[in-house]
Design a protein around this ligand. Structure first.
Ligand code: SF4
Length: 431
C-alpha cells in the first residue's frame, strides 16, 4: 500500500505540513505571524495555564561526529564549554524569575543534544544547581540525560544521580564490532557491553538505550544478538530505529563514493524490525511509542508525553525548540530567539500525530474537528482490513499490529489525511 516507509515521526511531520498547506499568505504570512520576544515576556508575567510542563536543555556538542548523524550538533573541539554551561545556568535563572515559570512545578527535564555529557562534572553541576535553585521541580520530576558511553562512566553517572538525574538515555546503536565501525561509534562491542553492565549495576533509575537496525549488511544474527542483549542486560527501555541515510552525512558520502555497500529493500528492513520487536516482545517488553519498547511500568517517559500532548516545554540552550504560554519558540543562539504564536489548527493535528505515536487510535478521544469522525472510522476500518490495525476488545479503539507498527508513521499520515480532508473548510486560528 505504501511505496516508501516513513522511518520517523519527523518524516510524518513533513507530510502533515504539506497536508495542512501553507499558512495564510505563504512564506510572508509565516514571517508576519512571527512575533517579538516582548509578547512572550508579557505572558510570562502572568500565571501559568496549568498545562503539564517540562524543560528541554540542549547541549549541541559531541566529542566526535557519528557517520549517520544529522542532529543539531557540532564537534566540541575549540568550544568554550565553561561559557556554554554558564550561559545555560544564566538562562535558567532568567526564566525562573517569571511568574509563569515560578508558580507551577515542572514534571520533567530533558538534557538532549549533541551529547550533554561532553560537559564536565563541574559544568553539569553548575547547570544542575541553577536548575534546582531557579526552576520549581515536582517532587517526582523525571530528569533525563542523553549520553554516549565514553563520556559517562559509572563515577560521573553516580554524581549526576546525586544531582537528581533519574533517567539515562544511552546511545549505543549496536554491540556488533563491524556495525559500530560502520556507524562511527567509539569503543568496540565488548567494551560497550561491559560499560552497560557496569552502569546497570550502579544506577537504580530508568536506563534506556538506542539501537539502530538495518545498517549496511547487518546480518540477522547481529540483530538478534543486539536484541538479546537488550533483554539480558536489565535495561528498562530501548529505542530502535531503522538506519536513516541523511544527505551530507559521512555515511551518505561513503555510500555515494561506493566505499560502503548499502542495499536495502522494504522486506529486508521489515524482517529486521519484526525480529527485534518479536524478541523483546517475547521477553515482556511493551510498545511505548512507535520506535520504543519498555518493560512494563519501568519507563514513564514523561518528557515525550508532554512533547506530544502540546504541554509547555521551556527551551534552554542554543538550538533548543519548545512551546511556552501559547508561543512556539526556537533559540538559535544566546539572545537570538524566533517566536511565533501557536497555530491552533496545526497544534490540533500535531497533537494527534503525537498521540498516534503510542500505537492506539480511538476516534472519540482524538479531539477531531466536527464532522471528521465518520471519515476517520472508515479509514481505520480500511487499515484494519489490510492487517495494520486490530480492534481493541470492548471499546472504540484500534491498536497497531506488528506490521502496523512497522508502517506506523505512514498510517498516522493516512488517518490525518482522512481527518483533514473531511474538514477542508477549517480556518487557521492563531492563539
Ligand atoms: S553522539 Fe549522538 S548527537 Fe553526537 S554525532 Fe553521534 S549520534 Fe549524533
Amino acid at each position: 500500500m505504501f511505496a516508501e516507509r516513513f522511518r520517523s515521526h519527523h518524516d510524518a511531520e513533513g507530510s502533515l505540513e504539506v497536508l495542512l498547506g501553507k499558512p495564510p499568505g505563504g512564506h510572508l504570512g509565516r514571517l508576519l505571524a512571527m512575533t517579538s520576544w516582548s509578547a512572550v515576556e508579557k505572558k510570562l508575567g502572568e500565571s501559568p495555564r496549568g498545562l503539564p510542563r517540562g524543560v528541554y536543555i540542549h547541549v549541541p556538542y559531541c566529542d566526535r561526529i557519528c557517520s549517520f548523524c544529522n542532529l543539531n550538533r557540532k564537534e566540541r573541539s575549540g568550544a568554550d564549554l565553561d561559557a556554554y554551561a554558564a550561559y545555560i545556568a544564566g538562562e535558567l535563572k532568567a526564566f525562573g524569575a517569571y511568574p509563569y515559570i515560578r508558580e507551577q512545578p515542572f514534571n520533567t527535564v530533558y538534557f538532549g543534544g549533541g551529547t550533554p555529557t561532553v560537559l564536565s562534572t563541574d559544568q553539569l553541576a553548575l547547570i544542575m544547581d541553577a536548575l534546582h535553585r531557579h526552576i520549581p521541580l515536582a517532587g517526582d520530576c523525571e530528569i533525563t540525560v542523553e549520553t554516549t558511553q565514553h563520556n559517562l562512566g559509572v563515577k560521573k553517572a553516580a554524581t549526576l544521580a546525586d544531582m537528581g538525574v533519574n533517567r539515562f538515555s544511552v546511545g549505543i546503536q549496536t554491540f556488533s564490532d563491524r556495525g559500530r565501525k560502520v556507524l562511527g561509534r567509539t569503543f568496540g562491542g565488548e567494551k560497550a557491553l561491559e560499560e552497560l553492565y557496569a552502569l546497570r549495576a550502579a544506577f537504580n533509575g530508568v536506563l534506556g538505550i538506542d539501537i539502530i537496525y538495518s545498517y549496511p549488511d547487518q546480518s540477522l544474527e547481529e540483530l538478534k544478538r543486539d536484541a538479546e542483549i537488550c533483554v539480558s542486560s536489565g535495561i528498562d527501555s530501548v529505542s530502535f530505529y531503522s538506519l536513516m541515510i541523511h544527505k551530507g552525512s559521512a555515511l551518505a558520502r561513503s555510500i555515494e563514493r561506493g566505499e560502503t555497500r548499502f542495499i536495502r529493500n522494504l522486506e529486508w528492513d521489515r524482517e529486521r524490525h519484526h525480529l527485534f520487536y518479536k524478541t523483546l516482545g517475547g521477553a515482556g517488553f511493551n510498545l511505548l511509542e512507535l520506535s520504543k519498547l519498555a518493560r512494563p511500568g519501568r519507563d514513564p517517559y514523561r518528557y515525550i508525553h508532554i512533547q506530544y500532548e502540546n504541554g509547555d516545554l521551556l527551551p534552554i540552550g542554543s538550538g533548543a525548540g519548545g512551546r511556552l504560554a501559547g508561543f512556539g519558540i526556537y533559540s538559535m543562539a544566546p539572545e537570538r530567539r524566533f517566536v511565533s504564536p501557536a497555530n491552533k489548527r496545526h497544534e490540533r493535528y500535531y497533537r494527534m500525530l503525537g498521540e498516534f505515536q503510542f500505537g492506539l487510535y480511538d476516534p472519540p478521544g482524538m479531539g477531531l474537528a466536527p464532522g471528521a469522525e465518520k471519515a476517520v472510522v472508515e479509514k481505520l476500518n480500511e487499515l484494519g482490513g489490510l492487517g495494520f490495525l486490530s480492534p481493541v476488545p470492548r471499546g472504540s479503539a484500534w491498536a497497531l499490529t506488528p506490521d502496523g507498527i512497522f508502517w506506523g508513521n505512514n498510517i498516522a499520515v493516512e488517518v490525518l489525511k482522512a481527518a483533514i480532508h473531511a474538514t477542508k473548510k477549517e480556518k487557521t486560528v492563531y492563539a
